[in-house]
Ligand binder design. Structure first.
Ligand SMILES: NC(=O)c1ccc[n+]([C@@H]2O[C@H](COP(=O)([O-])OP(=O)(O)OC[C@H]3O[C@@H](n4cnc5c(N)ncnc54)[C@H](OP(=O)(O)O)[C@@H]3O)[C@@H](O)[C@H]2O)c1
Length: 252
């Protein structure tokens, strides 16, 4: 009998797999036996993730959530490769902006990737031609910014809060089909998003952010391990929840 955390035989689609958290999720899932479909925009970095996976039969697919959400190619991949057991939406963009600088265009762009992309993909994943007959697990990477506030984070917080609240109703609607829907809300994790972001050239600000995390800043693997849990049978009685993985940030 498989260990409850084992992912052998599960086929998992991961968005944002070309970088940071999504790449770590794919790598850690493959170590537990899963077959991966990697989604991203940057082919070179997707191929790099692919090269770091354990096992065979992994695939990648180019998709930009700000373009028309066209899942035709993905449908073909499913019909040749097999149905899915899990979906992890890691693709996302962030911003740190005062309210007065948040234009309608920025709102649209942030929601397109962080929320509309997640929703359209979940709608597609739950089709009978896509999801495995035994059901499946959907995991959205939200953020602590979806449950607490920070100056300059209102746009990002709105997108992540939408995932946290929306996932609860999705979980209720899909439970009878054995489809679980959960969020993980990370604190600050050292990925290109953070390394090239607002802290990159401001050591004082970076130190302040570090000090707000009692266990220090996170590594992508810290998030990947929680995702592994939500994809596995070990979490079979968990749906509609938000697991905060933030080194103690939101305990203040
Ligand atoms: N790092 C943190 O501190 C932190 C904290 C809380 C939550 N999160 C969330 O965790 C998730 C992953 O973040 P990360 O830190 O790993 O960031 P990252 O290294 O910048 O990776 C972001 C990923 O999202 C993909 N992406 C962005 N826009 C896209 C679009 N329009 N269409 C398709 N893919 C798109 C990127 O694809 P390409 O590279 O191929 O363009 C990349 O794979 C995000 O949702 C983020 O909000 C991160």
């Amino acid at each position: 009998m498989n260990h409850p955390f084992d992912l052998t035989g599960k086929r998992i689609l991961v968005t944002g797999a070309s970088s940071g958290i999504g790449r770590a999720v794919a790598i850690e899932c493959s170590k537990l036996g899963a077959e991966l479909i990697l989604l991203g925009r940057n082919e070179e970095r997707l191929v790099d993730t692919l090269a770091n996976l354990t096992g065979d039969n992994h695939k990648y697919f180019i998709l930009d959530f700000t373009k028309k959400n066209d899942f035709e190619g993905l449908n073909e991949l499913i019909s040749t490769h097999g149905k899915l057991n899990g979906l992890v939406h890691c693709a996302g963009i962030t911003s740190t902006l005062p309210i007065k600088s948040i234009s309608a265009e920025r709102l649209q762009s942030a929601f397109e990737t962080n929320v509309f992309g997640a929703f359209e993909l979940t709608k597609w994943f739950t089709k009978k031609t896509v999801i495995h007959e035994t059901g499946g697990s959907v995991v959205f990477i939200a953020s602590v910014m979806g449950i607490v506030g920070e100056v300059g984070k209102s746009l990002y917080s709105m997108t992540k809060g939408a995932l946290i609240s929306g996932s609860k109703s999705m979980a209720l609607e899909l439970a009878s089909r054995k489809i679980r829907v959960n969020c993980i809300s990370p604190g600050v994790v050292l990925t290109p998003m953070v390394e090239n972001g607002v802290y990159a050239n401001d050591d004082n600000l970076f130190q302040k952010v570090k000090d707000l995390h009692p266990l220090g800043l996170g590594k992508p693997e810290d998030i990947a391990h929680s995702v592994n849990f939500l994809l596995s049978e070990a979490s079979q009685w968990i749906t509609g929840t938000n697991i905060v993985v933030d080194g103690g940030y939101s305990a203040h």
